[in-house]
Design a protein around this ligand. Structure first.
Ligand SMILES: [Zn+2]
Length: 217
């Protein structure tokens, strides 16, 4: 894949930043490690350096991997602390379509997820605080995802996360060290949903577990 995406210069060190993906909002300067905020044609220094401590990982930034006949390129990594440990979210691009997804890695558990409309979860219409109260382990909800019939989903994990570092290129604005609520919900046929509530903002993701033994690097 050639690099048709914008090039910038780092406001801290002047080094060239050649993006690997479209719609990137946050990037780490590969030369000096400064966190940069990208908006339209402007680049601003976020005033933070990347803080990810590298650990042995099957997934590595900018090293393609294959899963079930699809080749993915990881371009960004975000690390979240959940109290007992951490998990990583990798922003991976399908190298054929260019479409991005989140690959969530929590020790041996791997899941591919993408954002879906929050209206798919009826209970979200009551607002962030009401949903926060309702999201308890074992609670069920009605959910109607695109191209699927309505289903009942059950909360299988509930917790609080905090972004503690990032690397590479990220399509979202991150709030470092700010806590948010999350819940994992299980549907039929291995389907997985994740709700994230940060302040008054609710995000919903749909995905599925993948078998890490089928990932070929
Ligand atoms: Zn730099």
């Amino acid at each position: 894949m050639s690099d048709p995406f914008p090039s910038h210069n780092c406001p801290s060190c002047g080094g060239a930043i050649d993006l690997h993906a479209p719609d990137i909002r946050i990037a780490m300067c590969p030369h000096c490690g400064s966190g940069l905020f990208l908006e339209d044609d402007t680049v601003k220094n976020l005033g933070v350096k990347s803080t990810i401590v590298e650990t042995p990982s099957l997934i590595k930034l900018f090293q393609p991997f294959h899963y079930q006949n699809t080749s993915y390129l990881p371009v960004g990594q975000v690390r979240f602390d959940y109290g007992r440990g951490f998990w990583d979210e990798w922003w991976v691009l399908d190298q054929k379509t260019g479409q991005g997804q989140w690959l969530s890695v929590d020790e041996g558990d791997y899941a591919l997820e993408q954002a879906i409309d929050i209206d798919c979860l009826a209970a979200a219409s009551q607002g962030a605080e009401a949903l926060r109260q309702q999201l308890k382990h074992g609670t069920t909800f009605n959910l109607k995802a695109p191209k699927q019939s309505a289903e009942t989903v059950r909360v299988t994990e509930r917790g609080e996360g905090k972004c503690i570092g990032f690397a590479g290129e990220i399509p979202e604005l991150l709030q470092l060290n700010e806590s948010f609520d999350y819940a994992h919900l299980s549907g039929a046929q291995q389907r997985l949903y994740t709700v994230e509530i940060s302040g008054t903002e609710i995000q919903l993701f749909q995905g599925y577990w993948i078998d890490p033994f089928l990932i070929k690097v």
